[in-house]
Design a protein around this ligand. Structure first.
Ligand code: PGA
Length: 224
């Protein structure tokens, strides 16, 4: 696992976009796992800019959505599909349909990390052998969704690719910014490899690059 600390979210977006562009250039068709959340927004903006200003083509990208809320129609603005369209897919020359999951190994998985250690929607308790499935969302995860949903409407379940699907990916880039992520980042990178912190399973993968800002990296110095 390679851990890189960068000055700010813009530098992380640039570094992550470099990885995506290298992946796109590596093969005519590449399956890239795309996350939702606040963290990847700057990366997607940078990729849209490179497409517009530098002619980077996404025609060879198989866009793989890592997770989706159950019970939210794909054309609802709050669906993760709508998010990916809005932030990236509608603005680049992607030719392939976007689906949740992929029948094969991803070439690249881009990941954020939840405050409870989830990656995609693999909530605590998710095992290393888990595959694409529907999971129950933790109360804390549902609380985060309540900004967009009325209290009774916050989805209770999500479809997510599994930990094994992510570990099968040829390459993984994990992004985290902000002091609120410091303790879970420290646990995921330096704590026990266990299902109570699903992101810790990334320690088992040799091709992981972790891109952090100084705040998100601030707990790493205290590792034993
Ligand atoms: P965030 O979410 O990017 O909005 O912090 C990350 C996650 O929950 O996976």
């Amino acid at each position: 696992m390679k851990v890189v600390t960068l000055p700010d979210a813009a530098a992380i977006a640039t570094a992550a976009a470099d990885v995506v562009c290298a992946c796109l250039a590596s093969h005519p068709r590449v399956a890239i796992g795309l996350p939702t959340g606040r963290t990847p927004v700057a990366l997607y903006a940078e990729l849209v800019r490179r497409h517009r200003d530098e002619g980077v083509s996404f025609r060879g990208m198989i866009p793989v959505q890592l997770d989706e809320l159950v019970g939210v129609p794909l054309d609802d603005a709050r669906s993760f599909r709508a998010f990916l369209r809005r932030e990236l897919l509608d603005h680049v020359d992607v030719a392939e349909a976007c689906e949740v999951g992929f029948d094969g190994a991803l070439d690249l998985a881009i990941l954020g990390i939840g405050l409870n250690g989830h990656i995609a929607f693999n909530e605590p308790g998710s095992e290393a052998t888990s595959r694409i499935r529907v999971v129950a969302l933790e109360a804390s995860t549902r609380d985060e969704l309540r900004a967009a949903f009325a209290p009774a409407e916050a989805p209770r379940e999500a479809l997510t690719v599994g930990i094994a699907d992510l570990l099968d990916s040829r390459r993984v880039v994990l992004l985290a910014t902000g002091a609120h992520k410091a303790s879970i980042v420290a646990r995921a990178l330096g704590g026990a490899v266990e299902a109570s912190c699903p992101a810790s399973f990334l320690q088992l993968h040799l091709g992981v690059t972790v891109l952090l800002d100084a705040s998100a990296a601030s707990g790493l110095g205290s590792l034993a």
